[in-house]
Ligand binder design. Structure first.
Ligand code: GCB
Length: 615
């Protein structure tokens, strides 16, 4: 693939890596709210399975690679001179609409994993001043970008935003942008090749040109501290970033706090929160327009203020115990042919099922950072969020490049979303078998989270050991990582992947830390919507799934430290490893709703349970 070295210093791998968390630049925080030119729409595309556009077949630089064609028309050149040869011609290749995954563009691309080239031309914004950035919401997985034939930069990681300063490469009038996106996963990528979801290659979130003054607010973080004060961190970038007057403004609260940046362009301050401040909660998701003004630049975001903490086994939101009535979801829109391009309407349809349908207050955004669209809606609608990076199943724990990838992804995710009141939990991994190398890897990530954001809870979905006494199953959490986590999280599938009788589940004994909150971060069973088997209740029937939920929820009620649930999963989702011809057909069917939104029986079981728990 387009894997690339990332410049980070490594500590010996046996120990936790104590080097500072990586800082991706530019951050362009709240870049989705900055004014800009959207490059969504028609783009040419062309597959390149042997990566000829990256290197010739003897490893040499490609002389006629697609990315260098500015001002050359291969079709016309070959027609007028029979010595000329071009084997790619992006400008005459088929057209797709971005953002979207190529998997859904054409039947022959359904299972294509590899390098894809995209190209379009666009007019430079008129009367440009200051700096222009090219910001990608996300491209899966490794990306190389050219502007007018010049390489702009590279990025790795399929789910986080990245931006390049293209001020010097942009021309007046017509510009040509070429992007190579390589979706191929390997043993050392994050996630690795084997997952339980579709690997949607492509540019799945908007690409925008964003113009700022020469000196601009690259990063800003405004939050409520545990002690009730407000805190602000600002980082300016540009020639006048140092010793620069700045203002934090929240007009609705009549707050205007002035400060001055230091020699690095940083300003940090804490202040008493205005008395009128209304705290954000799922019941009252109050957001404020927050501004940071620095010279000509005015940074804007919409931010809610709340505290989240643990005390013993309780999770406290704004100081009060809360039970997390949640569900998990993938980033995949409703419909028979989803392409993972999440619009506000698509996200609202899914989150609405959680908030209004299930009476929920919590969503696990599995298994990677979701679109900024979804996070902003969670803020607005009042849903607490579990956010995670795709450190999933079997990761190359001893590989320093893999650790670097995970750390960069985590930093990009946290810097994008730490102004979101909805985000309550950062999770660093899912179902990862315990080894020394894994423990060191994950401890490094936990330390990174604490350095980047000390105002939220840290978790990971852990594995448990099964045993049995004479009369009941025993589940033991014996994971050394538990010591450094705030919230214990366990995925449980007893009765689905195990031979347990459902009626025995409520007798299960859970040996978990007594002084920390536990979440069942997953539980679930497949059912094909519309398949009923009321007498035998066989697996894959709606009846079995509903029974599974009934007995698993009875089991949950008996775990003293349980403080929340995010069952698996809201909606059936594409998964190439799920090929039961009668029931799955390429979909994981653990959804409480089908891919088209049809509710299964278990939906009501969970909705009723959540209503009883205060929803
Ligand atoms: C899990 C994984 C999730 C799978 C699910 C399943 O434990 O975390 O990604 O999709 O089980 O359906 O088996």
């Amino acid at each position: 693939g387009l894997t690339m070295p990332i410049a980070i210093a490594f500590a010996p791998l046996a120990a936790q890596d104590a080097s500072p968390a990586p800082t991706p630049t530019p951050v362009l925080a709240a870049g989705d709210l900055r004014a800009g030119t959207d490059l969504s729409g028609p783009w040419h595309y062309s597959i390149d399975p042997f990566r000829s556009g990256i290197a010739g077949f003897h490893g040499e630089a490609p002389d006629v690679g697609q990315q260098r064609w500015r001002d050359i028309d291969p079709r016309a050149a070959m027609a007028s001179d029979n010595r000329v040869l071009y084997e790619f011609d992006l400008g005459h290749s088929p057209i797709t609409t971005l953002p979207s995954s190529w998997l859904t563009e054409a039947p022959e691309l359904r299972h294509y994993q590899g390098l894809m080239w995209y190209q379009r031309t666009f007019a430079a914004p008129p009367r440009r001043q200051g700096r222009t950035f090219l910001r990608f919401g996300a491209a899966n997985y490794a990306t190389i970008v050219y502007l007018n034939g010049q390489q702009v930069g590279r990025h790795e990681g399929g789910f986080t935003p990245f931006a390049f300063d293209v001020t010097k490469l942009l021309r007046d009038g017509d510009n040509q942008i070429t992007v190579g996106v390589d979706s191929e996963a390997s043993d050392t990528t994050v996630p690795p090749a084997v997952t339980d979801w579709e690997n949607y290659g492509g540019i799945t979130r908007p690409i925008r040109l964003i113009t700022t003054p020469d000196t601009y607010v690259d990063d800003a973080w405004v939050r409520l501290l545990g002690d009730g004060r407000l805190a602000v961190d600002v980082h300016l970038d540009g020639p006048q970033a140092a010793n620069r007057p700045v203002h934090l403004r929240i007009a609705e609260l009549k707050l205007d706090r002035a400060g001055v940046t230091d020699a690095n362009g940083d300003w940090r301050a804490t202040m008493t929160a205005p008395r009128a401040l209304v705290r954000w909660s799922p019941d009252r998701p109050k957001l404020y327009d927050v501004g940071v003004v620095a010279g000509e630049d005015s940074w804007q975001d919409r931010i809610g203020f709340r505290t989240i903490a643990v005390r013993g086994a309780d999770i406290l939101l704004n100081g009060k115990p809360i039970f997390l009535r949640g569900i998990s979801m993938h980033e995949e829109e409703l419909g028979v042919d989803p392409t993972r391009a999440m619009t506000t309407a698509a996200a609202r349809a899914l989150l609405g099922e959680i908030k209004d349908g299930l009476h929920g207050n919590f969503v696990r955004l599995a298994h990677y950072p979701h679109s900024d669209v979804t996070l902003r809606l969670a803020d607005e609608m009042g849903l607490l969020v579990w956010s995670e990076i795709p450190v999933y199943w079997r990761v190359a724990w001893s590989n320093p490049d893999t650790l670097a990838r995970a750390r960069t992804m985590l930093a990009e995710n946290i810097r994008r979303d730490r102004n979101r009141a909805s985000v309550a939990i950062w999770s660093v991994a899912n179902e990862t078998p315990v080894t020394d190398a894994r423990n060191a890897f994950l401890r490094t990530l936990v330390a990174d989270v604490r350095r980047l954001d000390d105002t939220r809870l840290v978790s990971a979905a852990l594995l448990v050991e099964r045993s049995k006494t004479a009369d009941h199953p025993v589940m033991t959490l014996a994971d050394p990582l538990a010591d450094v986590l705030d919230v214990m999280a366990i995925n449980t599938y007893n009765g689905w992947y195990t031979q347990d009788r459902l009626t025995d589940l409520p007798t299960s004994e859970w040996r978990v830390p007594a002084n920390k909150p536990l979440i069942f971060s997953e539980l679930g069973a497949d059912a094909r919507a519309g398949f009923h088997d009321p007498i035998k209740s066989q697996k894959f029937s709606e009846d079995f799934q509903a029974d599974y939920y009934r007995y698993t929820l009875q089991m949950a009620d008996k775990v003293p430290t349980l403080r929340g649930l995010s069952p698996w999963i809201l909606k059936d989702f594409r998964s190439p490893r799920r090929q039961n011809p009668d029931f799955q057909q390429g979909w994981n069917r653990k959804g409480l709703i089908s891919e088209t939104g049809q509710r299964k029986q278990a939906f009501d079981v969970l909705a009723t349970y959540y209503q009883r728990h205060g929803g």
